[in-house]
Each structure stands twice: as structure tokens, then as C-alpha cells.
Ligand binder design. Structure first.
Ligand code: FPP
Length: 250
């Protein structure tokens, strides 16, 4: 029996977020340049997307490049940008054929002009995809996103579009980059570290966290299904008691 048969099809997480870590170490272990690890990482992303599509995951959000990644060596940043833009634009047709909608979140004005344009073009061309929304966080960090939301809320209060006393959780969500996307149910981090690294902090308030030692370039169908299987063994209580949840399920 394969792992796919063990997954409950009515318990698939709607939204899976992934921190794709370990590209550099994967490459270094093979005496390769770090960029080779990122290249292998794009293959892992393709495999994982396919597997996600098969089980009906509706939203996948990946951490492609963090605000903090801008402090990496210039040559690695340039190679990474080129690779991300190349692989996403190369896949545009495949995305359209498979109902995948691309969405970019983050401070994209910091990206090179040609990269920004290519990514916005791909988002536009795939905008009608209904099966899976692939959100790529680029030049993104949660603290940046929250500070920006606070600025825009402040401006709207100043201009009388919003009353300070009416600001609710829903208001804040409306000002986040992820507006309209449900919160992640499952957050996966590869590469053996146990942290969230400034990724979807608000949105992951109730996400189930799954950490694996597997380096991102080695991740794929089997590893995704293992994570889903593990997720399905958890009881999501959202602050309630176990008894309440069990009686709701009956
Ligand atoms: C971390 O590995 C990974 C990244 C900085 C993201 C890059 C991801 C890809 C190129 C995959 C494809 C993505 C897209 C959007 C097409 P690391 O370099 O931090 O690894 P290390 O911790 O081993 O050094």
C-alpha cells in the first residue's frame, strides 16, 4: 500500500505553506556550487506542486526569497533571482494547462525591473487558474508585511476611510499581502531547522507545524504525503477542548 492510499482524502489541508530550506547544504555536501542546490530546488518545487495537485491542495505558499536574503553575496542573489524568474516564466504554459494561478507577495519593488515585470506577466497570464493558487513570497518578511499594513491602515484612518475603533482582525487581514487567501493549515520547513524565520507569522497562528531534516532538493511526492499523513494524525482544537472537538465531529 502506498502512502497516498493511507492519506484521508477528506482531510487534505486546504493550504500548505513551505519554507524550502537546505539548498546550499545539499549542494555543499556534493561539492557543488550553492546555485546548483537552488537549481535542484526548482525541480523539487515542480515535483511537490504536481503531488499537491493530485491530492487537491488548493493553496500552496512558498518562501522563495526573504527580506533577510538580500544580505547574501551579490552573485548568489543574482543567480537566485535569475533562476526564480526563469523557472516561473518557463512553467507559465504548464501552470495554465493545470489550472495553477501564480501570485507573488512581498516587496517586489526591490526586485530588478525585468524580474518584476516577468513575474507580474506570469501572474496575469495565470490569473484564471482555479485548481491551485501558488503564492511565491519574494523579498518578503512578515514583519515588513505587518509594518506596511499598519502604515496603510494609518493612512486610511487619516483620510477618514476607516475609523480606528472599527479596526478588527478582519481589517488587518484585508491589509495583508495574503488578502483573500485562507490561512495555512500546515506549515512545512525542510532542512532540519526549527524556526519560522519571519514567514506568515500572523497567518500561521493556528497552522500545524511540520519540520523535516530532508534538504529541499530531496523533497517531493513521498515527503509531501508523509507530512500530510502526519498532519492528519493531529487534533486541531483552535483553543477548544478535545471533548468539544470530538462532539462537533460526531
Ligand atoms: C534556502 O536554501 C532556499 C532559498 C533561499 C529559496 C530558493 C528556492 C528555490 C530556488 C526553489 C525554487 C523557487 C522558486 C520560487 C522557483 P538555503 O540556501 O538557505 O540553504 P542552506 O540553509 O542549506 O544554506
Amino acid at each position: 500500500m502506498s502512502l497516498l492510499d493511507e492519506i484521508k482524502i477528506n482531510g487534505i489541508p486546504k493550504h500548505v505553506a513551505i519554507i524550502m530550506d537546505g539548498n546550499g547544504r545539499w549542494a555543499q555536501a556534493r561539492n557543488l556550487d550553492r546555485t546548483e542546490g537552488h537549481k535542484a530546488g526548482t525541480d523539487a518545487l515542480r515535483r511537490t506542486l504536481e503531488a499537491a495537485s493530485i491530492v487537491g491542495i488548493e493553496y500552496m505558499t512558498i518562501y522563495g526569497f526573504s527580506t533577510e536574503n538580500w544580505s547574501r553575496p551579490d552573485n548568489e542573489i543574482a543567480a537566485l533571482m535569475e533562476l526564480i524568474v526563469y523557472s516561473l516564466t518557463k512553467e507559465t504554459e504548464t501552470f495554465i494547462e493545470n489550472g495553477i494561478r501564480l501570485k507573488i507577495i512581498g516587496d517586489i519593488n526591490r526586485l530588478p525591473q525585468n524580474a518584476k515585470k516577468a513575474l507580474l506577466d506570469c501572474s496575469k497570464q495565470t490569473a484564471n487558474g482555479k485548481k491551485l493558487t501558488l503564492t511565491v513570497a519574494l523579498s518578503y518578511s512578515s514583519k515588513w508585511e505587518l509594518a506596511r499594513a499598519a502604515q496603510n491602515i494609518g493612512l486610511d484612518v487619516q483620510q477618514g476611510k476607516l475609523k480606528a475603533e472599527n479596526i478588527s482582525e478582519a481589517t488587518i487581514e484585508h491589509y495583508l499581502e495574503t488578502k483573500g487567501i485562507p490561512d495555512p493549515d500546515l506549515l512545512i520547513r525542510t532542512g532540519g531547522e526549527f524556526r519560522i524565520s519571519n514567514f506568515l507569522l500572523w497567518q500561521s497562528a493556528y497552522a500545524e507545524l511540520y519540520f523535516t531534516d530532508t534538504f529541499w532538493p530531496d523533497f517531493g511526492e513521498k515527503e509531501l504525503y508523509e507530512a500530510i499523513f502526519n498532519y492528519q494524525q493531529r487534533e486541531r482544537r483552535f483553543g477548544k477542548t478535545s471533548e468539544q472537538i470530538q462532539s462537533e465531529n460526531r
